[in-house]
Design a protein around this ligand. Sequence first.
Ligand code: ADP
Ligand code: MG
Length: 238
Amino acid sequence: MASLSLAGLKKSFGAVDVIKGVDLEVKDGEFVVFVGPSGCGKSTLLRMIAGLEEISGGELHIGGRLCNDLEPREREIAMVFQSYALYPHMTVYDNMGFGLSLNKTPKTELDARVREAARILKMEHLLERKPSQLSGGQRQRVAIGRAIVRKPGVFLFDEPLSNLDAALRVDMRMELAKLHRELSATMIYVTHDQIEAMTLADKIVVLDGGLVQQVGSPMELYKNPVNKFVAGFIGAPK
Ligand code: ADP
Ligand code: MG
């Protein structure tokens, strides 16, 4: 696991400022949820941490290391996408192991890590299937497995459950909470779903208009929202 520090982080696309100076400290092993309305900059901020968007200003440290100019694979992170982004022609086993084989991880090590991830995700019996032979929830587990095998210091999730139906979302939410306990990993999780945020987070970061509106535990935000926006989005009525 690793800590994270964002100091004055900014991102512009051309003349448009999308992230306008975000400060945030994330401790080792914390489950932090970015929540806010569509278009507020959640994915952009996560992609900046992942190294998928260039940082326009400020400093990003992961595990104490300045990461502004590091490639994604040089950062201690693994990202799980909403779209799963699986390779359709590969088996579950190969989808999970592919990143490790690119890194020239020895076969025995790769095998041990894929089987351990499959055990954690209860997918041992599905390793030879192709993505087209899986349910939506199982595909999402493969995408999570691909992150687990890399043993990242920080997991980054961008709305990983939003393509699942409501009942499955509840199940997967419980599984993610369990996974967090089992791996004791740092997790940053983006959602526009308040209930997901309230149930999963140690710490919620409410974003609006490219700025942090409030950071706090679910209970703090619920009881003491700093403004009408946070109150409307998460808090008890004031
Ligand atoms: P969220 O994930 O909270 O819905 P995003 O981070 O995807 O929001 O987007 C924040 C804002 O940045 C939106 O107005 C979006 O249109 C804009 N944006 C995101 N990516 C790009 C891009 N590559 N080029 C231009 N504008 C972008
Ligand atoms: Mg988004």
